[in-house]
Design a protein around this ligand. Structure first.
Ligand SMILES: [Zn+2]
Length: 61
């Protein structure tokens, strides 16, 4: 279970999942506010979150 970094709505299903080096990446699209963000997990632990900012690409949430 993750929370949208923008509106805090809890989301259950990632839109897409892949691995990036040592990280497991889960991409979400908030169905409440439309924010796109990515959760990075390393060795089963949450590492950081990136969210998509218009015109800036992905930045730290
Ligand atoms: Zn949201």
């Amino acid at each position: 279970m993750v929370k949208c970094p923008n509106c805090k709505k809890e989301l259950t299903k990632p839109k897409k999942t892949w691995t990036y080096g040592l990280f497991k990446v889960q991409a979400y699209s908030c169905d409440n506010c439309g924010t796109d963000f990515r959760e990075y997990t390393k060795a089963g632990k949450h590492s950081f979150t990136l969210k998509l900012k218009k015109g800036k690409g992905y930045v730290r949430a």
